[in-house]
Design a protein around this ligand. Structure first.
Ligand SMILES: [Zn+2]
Length: 408
């Protein structure tokens, strides 16, 4: 009985001073709702998300690093804030589901002839050129890419036929032609004309912001947790890229970690810094800006964990740039094995694939953690399934916080 009470006591204390998955889930539901507009640059999605993050930090009494939580910077960005329409044989296609506007696209309005790409043709004026890998013998990816980007045959635009998932990205450039990707099953291969109404809005100087906060520790050095909060935004009013796994999952873990460290009875040993970056999807712009205009002394960073797409984990986690820190990776492995958190820790070489990268360039010990498992949606409108995410949330949360304890 005594043991039981002791056990219960430990149990209750871990509940009140540890991760709060319910809180994380609530935040994830919020961040992926339509009101956040895919956390992009249409309808101020980024600012709505940044404000939400700051208000959560404030609610948990977590201080900004400087006076404001926001670190502003400007980016160039091409967006599609207006309703668009694409009709083939009078059949309306649905943006996000049947087709995507490749983010480099300019505006175009009208009815155009559709022709299949032919390398012997040098003039495509007033035509939309269909590029279908399957119909091209000796398909040369580089050559075709150059043809689309430079458009020497002066086509009005391109329709690329895509097998499998449509994959959205962001662009800082704008072309003077239109470029669509259409799913093979949504495209009538015999169609000879297409009706297009696509309108872009280009910003040279769009003001966005990182969100930066700190929980002060006992010593004057830092452990940093970072995650990008931006995603692909809303396209043509109809397609909203909610980015539940990418990277709502990382953001909510950071919010929960911030709450955990601020509510802990004893001060953490290291100061814990929380960096929520914008414009990662545009090309790591938020973290690039932060490392050039840092708000903390980067020499005093003990270790940085960048979390990007951490919503699953059934088969394990991957740690990009872990290979550079064998000592720290051994500590992680030890905690993982002892507690049976993840089946596998995949320790990888460094790569430019997320916001840890510019920190490694500045000599900061930094890794990028992502999870691997059942959830596969990536950069599509279907990355919105909150219920299917945070499956190994507690395990990752505990692995990270125990690591921070161990490296004192
Ligand atoms: Zn992404």
């Amino acid at each position: 009985m005594k043991n039981y009470i002791l056990f219960l006591g430990i149990f209750i204390s871990t509940i009140s001073f540890s991760q709060d998955k319910e809180y994380a889930k609530l935040c994830l539901t919020k961040l992926t709702s339509n009101e956040f507009k895919g956390r992009g640059f249409v309808g101020n999605g980024d600012k709505i998300a940044a404000k939400f993050i700051a208000s959560e930090l404030k609610k948990h009494k977590i201080s900004p690093i400087q006076k404001s939580y926001f670190q502003d910077f400007n980016i160039a960005i091409n967006t599609y804030p207006y309703k668009s329409s694409v009709l083939i044989n009078n059949k309306k296609l649905v943006v996000g589901k049947d087709y995507l506007i490749v983010p480099l696209s300019g505006s175009l309005l009208g009815n155009f002839n559709l022709v299949y790409f032919d390398s012997t043709v040098s003039n495509y004026e007033n035509k939309i050129v269909i590029i279908d890998k399957k119909r091209l013998q000796n398909y040369d990816n580089q050559k075709i890419r150059k043809f689309k980007l430079l458009n020497p045959a002066k086509a009005k635009g391109f329709v690329e036929i895509v097998d499998g998932n449509l994959l959205q990205v962001q662009s800082q450039k704008e072309a003077n032609f239109v470029w669509l990707q259409i799913k093979r099953e949504s495209f009538d291969s015999l169609a000879t004309s297409i009706n297009i109404d696509v309108k872009n809005k280009y910003y040279d100087n769009y003001k966005t912001q990182n969100v930066c906060a700190i929980v002060k520790g006992e010593v004057d050095s830092f452990v940093v947790f970072s995650a990008h909060y931006d995603h692909l935004g809303a396209v043509a009013k109809e397609a909203v890229f909610a980015g539940a796994n990418d990277n709502g999952s990382g953001v909510v873990m950071l919010l929960d970690l911030a709450k955990y460290y601020s509510q802990k009875k004893e001060k953490p040993h290291y100061s814990i810094v929380f960096l929520f970056f914008s414009a990662e999807e545009v090309g790591l712009l938020g973290s690039a800006y932060f490392t050039e205009n840092t708000l903390i002394d980067l020499k005093k960073v003990k270790f940085l964990f960048n979390l990007d797409m951490v919503g699953s984990g059934e088969t394990g986690i991957a740690i990009v740039n872990g290979k550079s820190y064998p000592k720290e990776m051994n500590v992680l492995k030890e905690i993982n094995t002892k507690n049976n958190y993840f089946k596998n820790l995949k320790i990888r070489e460094n790569s430019t694939n997320s916001d840890h990268y510019y920190f490694t360039e500045k000599g900061v010990s930094s890794v990028f953690v992502y999870t691997e498992g059942n959830y596969k949606e990536y950069h599509s409108i279907y990355d919105n399934n909150v219920e299917a995410l945070l499956t190994r949330y507690n395990e990752l949360f505990n692995l990270l916080t125990q690591f921070v304890e161990k490296i004192k």
